[in-house]
Design a protein around this ligand. Structure first.
Ligand code: SF4
Length: 324
């Protein structure tokens, strides 16, 4: 039996290079070795979303990218969180055994409460309980996380452990599948690439749009004139060359340090390499998009397969809690 991996992502719509290099490439690799369950966590999104009008479009666009990148419904289960309603029941049951003090001390709760003081909703506090329900409902053994997310997983492990102590061994304590997610900076060269900050490069852009986006990127701020020597180590464009143009990386660094290449040429070269790397993905994306029912079918099939596991777990939980 392959070990089971669970990972979820909010429906953020079209994916960008940060998502691609940071998580999705890793997800594609994992599905070769593990039984992977990838979930679009639409209920989680409601804790911070005030306008749900674009939710379905975001899910569709995100799935187009996931499938184009190589997530394979023949290997992995992909579904929408709310399409498996058992997760909401398990969330309620786990909330009965989770001390409020555990939830109030979570740094992301404090941070979100700071960012949206007018909307500190009940769901926001219970976010880690729902996240635990997401994982343990499928008895997942591994969760791919970066080091910064370890405290969240630790809380999920604590909740699972508490349930096991109270009602008997039921859930495996999910382990971290530690992954070194590269931090991909956005076009501003300062913040992590993000849609909200409008500093991203979407996978689904056309070739020309990609060139236009890359040309807006901030580079080495000390290099004001073409004749100035540059510092590739602190340049965002050079970081992206690492992923899209690795064979020329050292050469570009040398040319930058000796001012033999200008930033405009360097960006054009990068845009060209991004376009050639993404060309097959973009073609696959267009082909999938041309089949109007395909994504609905993949998600329906994924939810059906996920529910088989979910129903079994929920029945066991209810029995152990004395509800049946
Ligand atoms: S030449 Fe390239 S690596 Fe050097 S500062 Fe300009 S964009 Fe960055």
């Amino acid at each position: 039996m392959k070990q089971r991996v669970f990972s979820g992502a909010r429906p953020t719509g079209r994916q960008h290079l940060g998502n691609y290099l940071g998580a999705l490439q890793n997800w594609v690799k994992l599905q070769e070795q593990y039984q992977c369950i990838y979930c679009i966590v639409d209920i989680h999104a409601l804790t911070t979303l005030e306008d749900t009008g674009g939710l379905q479009k975001n899910i569709h666009e995100m799935m187009l990218d996931w499938l184009a990148i190589g997530l394979d419904p023949g290997k992995s289960i992909m579904f929408i969180q709310s399409h498996v309603p058992e997760v909401m029941q398990l969330h309620t049951l786990l909330s009965m055994i989770t001390p409020l003090s555990w939830l109030l001390r979570v740094p992301t709760f404090k941070e979100k409460a700071r960012l949206q003081p007018e909307n500190i909703n009940y769901g926001l506090v219970g976010y880690p309980v729902l996240m635990t329900a997401d994982i343990v409902l499928y008895k997942a053994e591994l969760v791919p996380v970066g080091e910064d997310q370890l405290p969240h997983l630790e809380l999920a492990r604590e909740i699972a452990r508490r349930f096991n102590n109270l009602f008997g061994n039921t859930f495996p304590e999910p382990q971290a599948k530690l992954t070194s997610f590269p931090l991909i900076l956005g076009l501003d060269g300062k913040e992590k690439m993000s849609k909200q900050l409008d500093n991203d490069i979407e996978i689904a852009l056309s070739s020309q749009e990609t060139i236009d986006r890359v040309m807006t990127a901030v580079t080495d701020p000390a290099r004001r004139y073409r004749s100035d020597t540059g510092h590739p180590d602190i340049c965002n464009i050079h970081q992206l060359h690492r992923y899209f143009n690795p064979f020329q990386l050292d050469d570009i660094a040398d040319q930058c340090r000796s001012a033999k290449i200008g930033c405009v040429d360097c960006k054009q070269l990068l845009a060209q390499e991004i376009n050639s790397t993404l060309k097959p993905l973009r073609e696959r994306r267009a082909a999938i998009d041309a089949k109007p029912r395909y994504i609905t079918e993949v998600l329906a099939d994924g939810a059906q397969r996920a529910r088989v596991i979910a129903k079994e777990t929920l029945k066991e939980v209810k029995q152990k809690m004395g509800l049946i």
